[in-house]
Design a protein around this ligand. Structure first.
Ligand code: PGA
Length: 258
């Protein structure tokens, strides 16, 4: 079965509510009846409901950028998976490098979040990737393997098929330095091997592994041409509808004429 390209925008802490809803309307209009591509956006928490409403019926997915691992309770400022589901989301980004490295999230906390997301019936977009010094020291595979193993610890095959993995080399995020498509493909291939060893070949083949890190309209096609890259997680270039849509077009089948 051929996988549809999977393109997700991560707005991070950007845009106003008005701009976000306008973006969602444009996405819905441009998608029309197209179902040859899976695409969606991850707005800040406070925009989720309005963006979900604006995208209703479009087939586009909406995801949160973070979640807490507990079901509820005294966690001032936090949001649970069931709250995210209630407003209409289907996905949640978990383990983004900005949360790992700027906000100190550990692998065990990330693992608890992945489990909470799955238990609620949502799909995690589980991010892993090495820092520049780790790549330079030849430790990319070691780091990626540990993040993979720790983040997915205790998750069985039935649940893991709901996980979308995003390989995001930290040195390529927001820096303008994209990993060479071949470099990204090598790590994707390694992640696929880890999935195969843990869950078997068929399941590993069917799972989505996205690439993220300075994706732009100019490099989207070449990245997507790599055999192990199933989709893209786009930060900076997802804030303006035009560039996001150019990425969707570049990444999807060449026959579209939008
Ligand atoms: P970027 O961010 O596209 O701005 O590099 C990607 C991400 O952080 O998901």
């Amino acid at each position: 079965m051929v996988k549809r390209p999977f393109i997700v925008g991560n707005w991070k802490m950007n845009l106003t509510l008005k701009e976000g809803v306008e973006f969602a309307r444009q996405l819905k209009n441009n998608l029309g009846a197209r179902r040859d591509v899976i695409c969606g956006i991850c707005p800040p928490f406070v925009f989720l409901k309005d963006v979900c409403l604006a995208l209703e019926g479009s087939g586009a997915l909406v995801g949160a950028q973070n979640v807490h691992s507990d079901k509820g309770g005294a966690y001032t400022g936090e949001v649970s998976a069931s709250m995210i589901k209630e407003v209409g989301c289907s996905h949640v980004i978990v383990g983004h490098s900005e949360r790992r490295h700027l906000l100190g999230e550990t692998d065990s906390f990330i693992n608890a979040k992945v489990k909470a997301v799955l238990a609620t019936g949502l799909k995690p977009i589980f991010c892993i990737g090495e820092k520049l010094n780790e790549r330079e020291e030849g430790r990319t595979e070691y780091v990626v393997k540990n993040q993979f193993k720790d983040g997915l610890r205790g998750i069985n095959a039935q649940h893991v098929r709901e996980v979308v993995i995003a390989y995001e080399p930290v040195w390529a995020i927001g820096t303008g330095k994209t990993a060479l498509p071949s470099q990204a493909n090598e790590v994707h291939s390694f992640i696929r091997e880890l999935l195969t060893a843990e869950y078997g070949k068929d399941l590993a083949k069917g799972m989505y592994i996205l690439y993220g890190g300075s994706v732009k309209p100019e490099n989207a096609k070449e990245l997507m041409a790599q055999p192990e890259i199933d989709g893209l997680l786009v930060g900076g270039a997802s804030i303006k509808f035009e560039s996001f849509w150019d990425i969707v077009k570049a990444a999807s089948t060449p026959c579209n004429n939008n």
